[in-house]
Every structure is written in structure tokens, then in C-alpha cells.
Design a protein around this ligand. Structure first.
Ligand SMILES: Cc1ncc(COP(=O)(O)O)c(C=O)c1O
Length: 323
């Protein structure tokens, strides 16, 4: 079964702390002290959740004295898709935004794992609840980060909150307002001493975690819900599908029933924050034999080694921040 609640809470304790306003942030075309990167209380995005965000990890490799941003360009490509849904404009193309991010990380001289948070938002001080014709803003900040979900075997709970469907609030876009859905579900999971929520779609199939995609292993096959299951099309999910193929593990993208998770051999969550987070308990039932499974372990080990640059394969996934 999952390690004790205290051990799991300790691993993710830093996530709950306030982010220090130190160093440099980027706001509307300029690098400014983080503490000065402020918006008006009347900002549309603050009133109505009309912003698009991304979450990108940088992994510090102490032996190479290098910070590697993981799949930086792909995050900005997804952001370019998300802004189409919300009719927000971006100040540059994906490569231009990636270049600004590298500059920002250099200016902060980080020598630790970091999390980068770009935000494109409806900046107008306007009460009009609509999208077109409103002034947009764009900012990026970054901060040192640890684990977002426990990595030693976590407990999950199926949420009583359904995943917002694509024809209500689309999960395909990384839209700030949509994360009310996540906050409700994860909060509920925490109330039941679970670490992560599992969302079902409106038709009752497995969608994803609160802030991560989900995979299960059944009979040696790695299975994950399709992109039409009201998921965020995760970049880590994509990386894992590629890596599983290279490891000779069969992958299926198909609808998953809730009880398939109960009888699965292995389950894990994945995401930029979550990284690869094995799930050993769901709704108070042990997953498999209640320990981290062999396929999850192989994929997790490979993911961490590649992201940190200890494994040199897939150099196209890593952007070295320092020259
Ligand atoms: C709801 C949700 N699903 C999935 C993911 C995973 O996406 P990615 O691997 O691109 O970070 C995230 C973010 O990490 C998320 O917030």
C-alpha cells in the first residue's frame, strides 16, 4: 500500500508554500524584478479565469553544471494552441518564447530544479464577459521546485466532480479558469487522505488526474485514455508513449473504465509537475500487489535520466540554459 500520509505530505510540502518574489520575471515585453511584476485588481483574467498558462520544468544536472529545460518548445507550441481557444494573443512564436525563457532562467542564475510558469491573459480592466477585443498581457516567472506529487507510491481517489467536457470548458486548452475543476477534485481527494484525484468524463470513463495524465498496465500493455477523453494533451504523456515504444512496450490509447483501474497491474500519473508518479492505491484498493510495478519503474527511471540529461538520448527534448 501507499507509504504513510506523513511521508507523502513531506515530499510535496514545498508545493503548498508561497512562491518567493525574488529574482527576475518577465512582463509585457520587459524583464523586471519579480516583486514588480504586478497586475491591476480589475484584470479580466483575475475576475473570470480568462488566461492560458504553461508549466515547464528545468532540471539541474550538478555533474554537468547545466540546467536543462524539458521540451521547452513543445510547451510553447501547446500554448499557441491554447490561446486560439481563448482568443488571446502571444507576443512571439514558440521559438521566440522559448528564447525569452532561456534568457529569464539565465538572469536568475538558477542552480536547482525549477518550474517555469508562462501566463497569457486577458489584461483589460473590463467587466465585459467575452473574449474578443480585450487587451492581452503576457508574463513568465520561474522558481525552484521539488516534487508536485509523491513519487514513492501515492494514493488516488475517484473524484465525485466530473471532468469538464470539451463543449463546456475544454480541458485541451490549459486555461486557468478550468483549474477550478481540478481544485475541487484534488481538495476532495486530500480530505480523504489521497494525494491525487482521478477524473471521470461525463460518460463515466477515466479521463485523467487532477493535474496529470494517467496510464495503466494490463497484461503487459500500457493503456491511456485518448485525447478525446477531455484530457490535457500532456507533453509528458507524449514522451512516455515515445519511450514505451522504444522499450518495446505496446501502448494503446483507448477508453478506460473506472474498474479497470481497480484490476490493473500498475497505474501511474505523469505530467510536468507530477513527473512519473506511481499510484499504488485507488479508492482504498491496492493497485496490483500494492508496490510500484516493473513497467512503471522502467519508464520512470528512463524519464528522470533523460530529463536531467544523465541519459544523452533525445537531445531534442532538452534545452541547455547555460552556454
Ligand atoms: C490537467 C492536467 N493534465 C495533464 C497534465 C500533464 O501535462 P504535461 O505533461 O504537458 O505537463 C497537466 C499538467 O502538468 C495538467 O494540469
Amino acid at each position: 500500500m501507499a507509504s504513510t500520509v506523513e511521508q507523502r505530505l513531506k515530499e510535496v510540502a514545498s508545493v503548498g508554500q508561497e512562491i518567493a518574489e525574488t529574482g527576475v520575471a518577465y512582463l509585457d515585453g520587459a524583464f523586471v524584478p519579480f516583486a514588480d511584476a504586478k497586475v491591476s485588481i480589475a484584470t479580466h483574467a483575475l475576475q473570470y479565469g480568462t488566461a492560458v498558462f504553461e508549466g515547464i520544468r528545468g532540471y539541474w544536472n550538478p555533474a554537468q553544471e547545466q540546467l536543462f529545460a524539458f521540451r521547452l518548445r513543445e510547451h510553447y507550441e501547446r500554448m499557441s494552441d491554447s490561446v486560439k481557444i481563448l482568443r488571446v494573443s502571444l507576443p512571439a512564436d514558440p521559438q521566440g518564447l522559448a528564447d525569452i525563457t532561456v534568457d529569464l532562467l539565465r538572469k536568475n542564475s538558477f542552480r536547482s530544479d525549477v518550474y517555469v510558469r508562462p501566463l497569457a491573459f486577458k489584461a483589460a480592466r473590463s467587466m465585459k464577459v467575452a473574449l474578443a477585443g480585450l487587451r492581452d498581457g503576457f508574463g513568465i516567472y520561474a522558481f525552484p521546485v521539488g516534487a508536485y506529487l509523491p513519487t514513492g507510491g501515492l494514493a488516488a481517489r475517484t473524484a465525485s466532480w466530473r471532468r469538464t467536457s470539451d463543449d463546456a470548458i475544454p480541458a485541451r486548452g490549459k486555461l486557468t479558469g478550468a483549474y477550478i475543476n481540478t481544485a475541487l477534485a484534488v481538495d476532495e481527494a486530500h480530505d480523504y487522505e489521497a494525494d491525487e484525484a482521478i477524473f471521470l468524463t461525463a460518460d463515466g470513463h477515466v479521463s485523467e488526474g487532477g493535474g496529470a495524465n494517467i496510464f495503466m498496465v494490463r497484461d503487459g500493455i500500457l493503456v491511456t485514455p485518448p485525447v478525446t477523453a477531455d484530457i490535457l494533451e500532456g507533453i509528458t504523456r507524449d514522451s512516455i508513449i515515445v519511450l514505451a515504444g522504444e522499450l518495446g512496450i505496446a501502448v494503446q490509447e483507448r477508453a478506460i473504465d473506472r474498474t479497470e483501474l481497480y484490476v490493473a497491474d500498475e497505474v501511474f500519473f505523469c505530467g510536468t509537475g507530477a513527473q512519473v508518479a506511481p499510484c499504488v492505491e485507488i479508492d482504498r484498493r491496492a493497485v496490483g500487489n500494492g508496490a510500484i510495478g516493473p513497467i512503471t519503474k522502467r519508464i520512470g527511471d528512463l524519464y528522470f535520466a533523460l530529463a536531467r540529461g544523465d541519459d544523452k538520448r533525445h537531445p531534442e527534448w532538452r534545452t541547455a540554459v547555460y552556454r
